[in-house]
Design a protein around this ligand. Structure first.
Ligand SMILES: Cc1ncc(COP(=O)(O)O)c(C=O)c1O
Length: 393
């Protein structure tokens, strides 16, 4: 039977003493990163495809050795991530940006194995720079991101195939001459999805791009694949990658982010005040807007570790210490009723939280810790202070 990794994560972190770390603190379980990456490596081995970690989702340098024991490289979103991929993670670096600038592109070309342009116009503008780098011995290959014009999006914010999207060249606009100097195609249109949306996207786009692929070297299917979730149809994905490789003679790349860090981390916080205004309220040292911005942007309600079932207790609305009225994380039913000083943790915070933190209002950044649920070893990787706040202003 498929493992429910959310259930497994609740059980693992229930065994972690939240007072072992300063608050607030991201705690990432190296064992879960290892397990997720082993699943991705198995898909790569069985399909003949290649899997990169999308650094935008999760990019802790201290866990790079764990990730790179399994995966073949990283997907970067510009110069800084390309450098992180090349210098810290190793392996292949595939860099896509919706808009490269000339001064960064020169360095990106020298740091990356694949550089992927968002439009034929950007490629045409930078073709000289690419050829210059190649003439100097740089073995970079060039990709073009297409918009397959087939939407599987359930949330417009995360739908690069939605109306008027700026991401990727609409496939109906691509002319044969746009593929001159192009080695591969890239598409990314999914978000937290199972295999079927990918299969439907492929069925929609294969008739259009299939005839081009035999002149190209690779196809990158982007991220958004929740491959490590227990209910993901991994055999279906393996078959699809095999089909693409066999039919079209291209290498196939995937660049998941969330799937690498799914259910691998918590954000530990502390209650600093309790008040009442029409309902019980709590102020915590975790801020939605500074530490978990997707709670507001996506939006979503994070899961509280050890929360009581509905009806078992009155809900308490918790928010951060910032001035923003909307800095609210949600309404929860904590088992201990959240007295001042109580520790608590939100689950599934390893991806798209740590990478998005900011110091609005001078709110301190959470510390970072790596824990290994197999051995109980804990390593406090970094803590941040005034200098980190000052440096950015
Ligand atoms: C181009 C590209 N590749 C990969 C990813 C990673 O997606 P996910 O973390 O949902 O797997 C994203 C996410 O936005 C993306 O834009």
């Amino acid at each position: 039977m498929a493992i429910d990794i959310a259930e497994d994560s609740r059980a693992r972190f229930a065994g972690f003493d939240l007072t072992r770390v300063p608050s607030p603190c991201f705690v990432v379980d190296a064992a879960q990163i290892d397990r997720n990456c082993a699943i991705l490596a198995d898909v790569a081995a069985r399909s003949g495809g290649h899997v990169f970690l999308a650094l935008k989702a999760f990019s802790m340098p201290s866990l790079a050795p764990v990730v790179m024991a399994h995966l073949s490289g990283t997907a970067a979103s510009g110069l800084h991530e390309a450098r992180l991929g090349r210098e810290v993670f190793g392996g292949h670096v595939a860099t896509f940006s919706a808009g490269f600038k000339a001064d960064e592109l020169d360095r990106v070309l020298r740091l990356s194995d694949h550089v992927i342009f968002n439009s034929a116009a950007q490629h045409a503008r930078f073709r000289g720079a690419v050829m210059g780098a190649q003439a100097e011995g740089c073995r970079v290959e060039v990709g073009l991101r297409i918009n397959p014009e087939h939407s599987e999006g359930w949330n417009a914010t995360y739908d690069p195939a939605g109306p008027c999207s700026r991401l990727g060249m609409p496939v109906s606009q691509v002319r044969p001459e746009d593929l001159e100097g192009i080695d591969g195609l890239h598409m990314h249109t999914l978000c937290e999805q199972g295999f079927e949306p990918l299969a439907r996207t492929w069925r929609a786009v294969e008739p259009v791009i299939g005839p081009w692929l035999n002149r190209l070297k690779w196809l990158n299917l982007g991220g958004g694949h929740h491959i490590t979730r227990g209910d993901y149809d991994r055999d279906g994905l393996v078959d699809l990658i095999r089909h693409i490789r066999a039919t079209h003679g291209v290498e196939v790349y995937l660049e998941p982010g969330e799937a690498v860090a799914l259910q691998a981390g918590i954000l530990v916080g502390e209650i600093v005040d309790r008040t009442h205004n029409e309902m019980p309220l709590a102020i915590s040292d975790i801020s939605a807007t500074c530490h978990m911005p997707d709670v507001i942007e996506a939006p979503y309600r994070p899961e509280l570790l050890g929360e009581l079932p509905e009806g078992a207790a009155a809900a308490i609305r918790v928010g951060g210490p910032s001035c923003l009225a909307g800095d609210v994380i949600g309404d929860f039913r904590p088992a201990d009723g959240w007295p001042v000083g109580a520790r608590f943790a939100f689950l599934d915070q390893a991806h798209y939280s740590m990478v998005k933190t900011n110091t609005f209002n001078g709110v301190p950044l959470p510390s970072l810790a790596v824990w290994d649920s197999r051995t109980d070893a804990l390593n406090l990787v970094r803590s941040f202070g005034y200098d980190d706040f000052l440096m950015r202003l």
